[in-house]
Design a protein around this ligand. Sequence first.
Ligand code: SAH
Length: 218
Amino acid sequence: MRKYEDSYRHKGLRKKLVEGIREKGITDERVLEAINAIPRHFFLDSAFEERAYEDKAFPIAQDQTISQPYTVAYQSELLQVQPHQKVLEIGTGSAYQACVLAEMGAQVYTIERQKPLFDAVKKFSFKQKYPNIKFFYGDGYEGLPTYAPFDRVIVTAAAPAIPEKLIAQLRTGGMMVIPVGDKPVQCMIRLTKLEDGTTRREDFNNFSFVPMLAGKNV
Ligand code: SAH
């Protein structure tokens, strides 16, 4: 059984990481505080633990990645999430992004299509700190119609196009943040759902995510 310990050294490294993210342009203090509060080294394979506070993406199981902290901060800031809002996340992965949103007070519903990753998260004891996260094994393209509507949707894998079913599950006035494109680099897009059911689209910076794939993987 792996022992999780958050030492002064880890906390010091984390503060530096947060300052680095601030210098790169993140201004939402609630996002920065959440990143400062969460021991990212808990989410990494012990082989990468030493490097957990570098502002880099790292491999997790099943050829997937834990997003770069700057990217997590960027998406979280664009999402403008308020406490108690219902947030749907597509792509649980390590659950780091889900914990950042939960730390900010959101009610998080997160979906993962890869069974081994979903099972690993179930055993991850740190998640007990966040009873406000619900974990689902399924295809994110379908969303979670039973729990809709959501105030916010965040997609943490690269979608070739904006999935219509996810727009349908967004509340009026709600927002979705999603990296779109099938090239190695995707554009971060924010959609706001308007009264008439159409969306307003804003384009932000380019990022590089693993692909959003259809169907479940056992
Ligand atoms: N948010 C994660 C990032 C994980 S990388 C973190 O903080 O660690 C993206 C994840 O999306 C991968 O785990 C991948 O398996 C998952 N994914 C890709 N397509 C998906 C889909 N259609 N439904 C649910 N999850 C999906």
